[in-house]
Design a protein around this ligand. Structure first.
Ligand code: PLP
Length: 446
């Protein structure tokens, strides 16, 4: 047996892949061996454009020299020592840097290893903040329909993507569901009216239950895994004002939207919103290593100060929290944003993508195209006049992305929504190439 075949067999015999029906994998296996720029190469030497930024996190492409070098340099000092009770050098430097680039009220960084964990931390922190301040009844969380915050038990409890969550229903704690101001398929044309209606419903919930609500957990300007749904202008700002009015903590999840993905460093900047807690992950290391963080205000931090026996300590921390290699990678990543003036550079690419996607709008099976910066969703439908979806079991989205793979581009769908989320470093030519692959795949699959 040659080496590639042996690897294929071993992958089927020993691995269990996340969020993957293994029957699909066994039918169409793929093993990535290397990457360079925005291209990934499999064990047979076939190249793929990274159309989903290796699951929404790669920024500068793979093998970015500055990040490679920073990790190597850090290896020569130390790979890891615990952050429990002892700080480390890159963790301090990164926390200082994060304070400078996030909304100005956010000062403290609490590290973790994944987006889901950063959300777990945010909800535990919000809950305990109110407990420490003596508001013992404030224990509930409001969450928006179709929200996604990760797959751990706490994160799914404040999430609402039915497809992912219904299996684990009885494990979850209950949160209060508020409607997301969904424009597509709402039957209403006016986004302002949709926004006002959703805000009015949220106000009603806050008004009647604020004494028991600790916080609201929501994504920033665009929902990712829930379907690439963009909030009508002014909705997020409206939620911020309601939170202030009713003394409810605003927990913003920037795991997917952070680090330039939407055309601003953080999506909250689109509406000048200052959350009480903000979760970040994915792009923080440029897509290199698992680092995440929950940022918060000095006021929340202060509520955890006291003598040990007062039990105000924040009881959370994992073995690898604040890992030095990860923090060094993140620092190098953030330096590149400055050196390359990345947020400004990316504006041109956003315009190129918009122009390219506009050409897909008229395809027979494209119902809607939603784009915020370089976060895009192309919704495939059976009928683009009535927006009737394809039957779920036909798996049109999945089959389209398999076709894209064949044509040299990787992405993962959300049901029948094709996710297009290229690395910020993609060139004009690469962006156009990926859009053309998506077009061909949609035409040939639907
Ligand atoms: N929050 C949001 C908004 C996400 O999109 C995701 C993942 O896609 C998560 C949280 C979970 O992040 P992770 O996969 O790093 O746990």
């Amino acid at each position: 047996m040659n080496q590639q075949k042996a690897l294929l067999e071993d992958s089927k015999n020993y691995l269990w892949l996340p969020f993957t029906q293994m029957t699909d994998y066994e039918r169409d296996p793929l093993i990535i061996e290397s990457g360079e720029g925005i291209k990934l190469k499999d064990i047979d030497g076939k190249e793929y454009l990274d159309g989903y930024s290796s699951l929404w996190l790669n920024v500068h492409g793979h093998r970015k020299k500055e990040i490679d070098d920073a990790i190597k340099k850090q290896l020569d000092a130390i790979s890891h020592s615990t952050l429990l009770g002892a700080a480390n050098v890159p963790a301090i430097q990164l926390a200082k840097k994060l304070e400078q680039i996030t909304p100005k009220n956010l000062k403290r960084t609490f590290y973790s290893d994944s987006g889901a964990e950063s959300v777990e931390i945010a909800i535990k922190m919000a809950y305990q903040y109110w407990q420490n301040k003596g508001f013992k009844k404030k224990t509930k969380f409001v969450t928006l329909s179709n929200g996604y915050h990760g797959d751990t038990v706490g994160a799914i409890s404040v999430g609402a993507v039915d497809l992912y969550h219904r299996v684990y229903g009885s494990l979850m704690f209950e949160s209060i569901k508020a409607p997301f101001p969904l424009v597509y398929r709402s039957g209403k044309k006016n986004p302002d009216a949709i926004r006002d209606h959703a805000l009015a419903e949220l106000r009603e919930i806050f008004q009647s239950r604020h004494e028991e609500i600790a916080g609201i957990t929501m994504e920033s300007i665009i929902q990712g895994a829930g379907g690439m749904n963009i909030m009508p202008k002014g909705y997020l700002k409206g939620v911020e004002l309601l939170c202030k009015e009713y003394d409810i903590l605003l927990i913003i999840d920037e795991v997917a939207t952070g680090f330039g993905r939407t055309g601003k460093m953080f999506a909250v900047e689109h509406e000048d919103v200052q959350p009480d807690l903000m979760t970040i992950a994915k792009g923080i290391t440029g897509g290199y290593l698992p680092v995440a963080a929950t940022m918060t205000t000095e006021e929340i931090y202060d509520a955890f100060h006291g003598e040990y026996e007062e039990m105000k300590t924040f009881f959370h921390g994992h073995s690898y929290t604040g890992n030095q290699l990860g923090c060094a990678a993140a620092l190098a990543n953030l330096e590149i944003y400055e050196k390359e003036n990345l947020i400004e550079q990316v504006q041109k690419k956003i315009a190129i993508v918009k122009e390219g996607l506009d050409e897909l709008k008229d395809l027979e099976y494209v119902g809607d195209i939603r784009q915020l910066g370089l976060m895009c969703g192309i919704e495939l439908v059976r009928d683009n006049i009535t927006n009737e979806p394809f039957p779920w079991k036909e798996r049109v989205g999945y089959r389209s992305t398999l076709k894209m793979r064949e044509l040299g581009m990787l992405t993962r769908p959300l049901g029948d929504i094709i996710v297009f989320m290229p690395p910020l470093a993609s060139t004009e030519e690469e962006l156009k190439q990926m859009i053309s692959i998506m077009k061909q795949a949609i035409e040939e699959t639907c």
